[in-house]
Design a protein around this ligand. Structure first.
Ligand code: PLP
Length: 445
């Protein structure tokens, strides 16, 4: 048993890999315990978790009710293959059908979000008999070869040269940095739809299986869709007989103040992928929900998926307990209310800090975009910044941690995405810490 912190970190570094990182550059926290919105490190230092750990732990950390459900399941059976039927799996499918939009009535369970998107793409290709997938340039759909190949995230550079060539990417409707120089959100949306339609036509619409969009953008900077944009995307899909896949892995389960982010747009996708908030990360589990007509394709033809630990009983038990918690603690409404409260407080932070370029928040899915200059909107850092150019953001990140706030600081984005059970007082504490850290960023303006 290793007790000393340096030894813990060293043993992790010597014998395990940290994801997405040059191993020598990693300076990980060493977490001993977690509860509610707090993490505690091996020294006993507490951190308010403003990241929900990859926007995953929606209900808060270490909830006894989930623990009890997992334990109950464990005592009955801890594992059974996904080829067997279980009461919890059937009930989970039934409960999901009752909260999912439209006729997304059947769910294929996976291990997580990446393989959910892999399976969604395989289903779309099988159903349509077509191969191409359209995605946005600023998007993340997962770390497996297929899901990373269709993502636009710079993390794909890690395996560049090995990516699968089946997707066509278009620019996002990113109004703050509109690729088409629009002056209104609607204009930005219209340009984007026109770009999507041109991409379909240039590549032959009959070769596209699906347009894959995030329910709401997450790790690429929480770029908000303009009003009615997803409706226009839905119409585009209908016009060209292309399926619409909504990746709700990050945006689902209350994160944006609705159970699913597509609920803000009044549309129903043909396929919806989920993970993260499904179990709030207590046990890995993901899912691919499909419409009735897509489900029928597999009545007499084999379905894809089927990883040994998919539909894991402990995951299903955790998910059922987590769904109960969303309902009983009214966490979806809480996320909407806390998001509105935070929006007002953040707007007053923007008056004080010239380094705040844009604030994008919906429910509790949000980030602050930091700039060196508000007029030119020059970003405080980019994915291509040198270590020297990362200095401001690194100092902000260090100041946050120093004062006990844990969040994701990525390029020039600072994530404001706590668990949905956060209180106003905890938000006030966090924003006080963020305000003090931004004084550092202001000096680089
Ligand atoms: N899709 C989106 C929108 C995500 O944000 C993520 C992860 O952050 C994934 C898919 C991949 O999910 P997982 O990490 O569970 O494989």
């Amino acid at each position: 048993m290793i007790a000393h912190i340096n030894d813990i970190v060293k043993q992790n570094a010597d014998y395990t890999f940290f994801p997405w990182a040059a191993q020598q550059a990693v300076r990980p926290l060493h977490i001993k315990s977690s509860k509610g919105v707090f993490l505690t490190d091996t020294n006993g230092k507490k951190y308010l978790d403003f990241s929900s750990q990859y926007l995953n732990v929606n209900i808060g950390h270490s909830d006894e009710r989930v623990l009890a459900a997992i334990e109950r399941q464990m005592r009955s059976f801890s594992y059974i293959s996904p080829s067997c039927a279980t009461d919890i799996r059937g009930e989970l499918g039934y409960r999901l059908a009752s909260i999912l939009p439209g006729d997304l009535n059947k769910t294929l369970f996976t291990l997580g979000g990446s393989d959910a998107n892999d399976v969604a793409i395989q289903i779309a290709r099988k159903y349509t008999g077509r191969s191409r997938i359209m995605t946005f340039r600023r998007s993340y759909h997962g770390a497996t070869l297929l899901s990373l190949s269709v993502s636009g995230d710079p993390r794909r550079n890690i395996i560049s040269g090995q990516l699968l060539d089946l997707n066509v990417q278009v620019e996002n409707p990113y109004f703050y940095r509109c690729p088409w120089g629009s002056t209104t959100e609607q204009e930005c949306a219209d340009f984007c739809i026109a770009a999507m339609e041109s991409a379909l036509l240039e590549n032959d619409p009959a070769t596209f299986a699906a347009i894959l969009v995030e329910g709401e953008s997450g790790s690429s900077g929480c770029i908000k869709y303009p009003p009615f944009f997803l409706k226009q995307v839905r119409q585009l899909c209908n016009r060209y007989n292309v399926l619409l896949i909504a990746d709700e892995v990050l945006s689902g389960f209350g994160r944006t103040g609705k159970m699913f982010a597509v609920g803000h747009h009044g549309i129903c996708p043909d396929i919806l992928t989920m993970a993260k908030g499904l179990t709030a990360g207590y046990v890995p589990l993901g899912g691919v929900a499909v419409s009735d007509s897509i489900a029928a394709t597999f009545d007499y033809a084999p379905s894809p998926g089927g990883i040994t630990c998919s539909a894991h009983p402990l995951g299903c038990a955790a998910a059922l307990a987590v769904l109960d918690i969303y309902k009983k603690d009214q966490l979806v409404a809480a996320a909407a209310a806390m998001g509105e409260y935070m929006r007002v407080e953040l707007d007053s932070l923007a008056d004080k800090h010239p380094s705040i370029g844009d604030i994008r928040l919906n429910g509790l899915l949000g980030c602050i975009e930091l700039v060196k200059n508000r007029q030119s909107r020059a970003p405080m850092a980019t994915p291509h910044s040198s270590p020297k150019e990362m200095e401001a953001m690194n100092r902000v990140a260090a100041a946050l941690l120093d004062e006990g706030l844990f969040t994701i600081v990525r390029w020039n984005y600072l994530f404001i995405s706590p668990p949905l059970c956060i209180t106003r007082e905890q938000i006030d504490t966090a924003l006080g810490i963020i305000s003090r850290a931004l004084e550092i960023a202001d000096k680089y303006c």
